[in-house]
Design a protein around this ligand. Structure first.
Ligand code: COA
Length: 177
């Protein structure tokens, strides 16, 4: 069992107008995983929660793309008084403890480091880390960090390091699943 499966049920019930049953599943998720994952939050196909989805908090208006991996204790939420909540594009990795706030977009194939606090847009295929989060690498191959197929990945590593970080060794080429 995984919170993502329960979220699918919760959402299906809401679509069928069974709001009370959907709410029941919401509380079941809360009880089992200590997570707040409302039915209204959009979560794309192939997206998974690490460790079954422990401690994840998603805003009801948040939109998570496909094939995203969401670590334990991740928060995706609002940043009052700003209006709007994050959009996480496809094939991103949200490291454990990451907090992503406000009307921002995490670009396709990006990596959010453990415990990062992300307050601004993240360009596609970037690594961000720190509090507040800053881009530490650009133009990465997503699969060098996280075993996901991102069609936008370039064929060979072309990593731009910012600061003192050396280039990350490229993972062996893989073929599309
Ligand atoms: C953010 C991350 C992806 C960066 O990986 P990387 O590209 O290999 O980067 P490096 O480890 O070479 O570090 C580059 C710089 O960023 C810093 N850094 C790395 N991760 C950081 C983090 N989470 N928060 C703050 N700074 C971080 C390093 O200290 C280094 O700083 P320096 O250049 O001043 O020495 C990685 O550190 C991370 O957080 N991965 C998550 C792993 C994870 O969640 N695993 C699952 C556990 S259950």
């Amino acid at each position: 069992m995984n919170a993502i499966k329960l979220h699918k049920i919760e959402r299906w019930l809401l679509e069928k107008n069974l709001r009370w049953a959907s709410k029941l599943v919401y509380y079941l998720i809360f009880l089992l995983y200590n997570s707040s994952i409302p039915a209204e939050a959009e979560i794309g196909e192939g997206t998974q929660f690490a460790y079954a989805g422990i401690g994840v908090v998603l805003h009801a208006d948040s939109r998570i793309g496909c094939n995203v991996l969401i670590g334990q204790h991740v928060t995706v939420g609002g940043r009052a008084p700003l209006k709007g909540v994050p959009v996480i594009e496809d094939a991103c990795f949200l490291g454990p403890g990451a907090v992503i706030l406000g009307p921002i977009r995490v670009g396709k194939g990006s990596i959010v480091g453990a415990n990062a606090v992300v307050l601004h847009d993240v360009p596609p295929r970037s690594v961000v880390a720190g509090v507040p989060a800053r881009v530490i690498r650009s133009n990465i191959r997503t699969r060098d960090y996280y075993n996901v197929w991102n069609p936008a990945d370039p064929p060979a590593a072309d990593v731009v390091s910012i600061g003192s970080a050396p280039a990350r060794p490229a993972r062996k080429e893989t073929t599309a699943p």
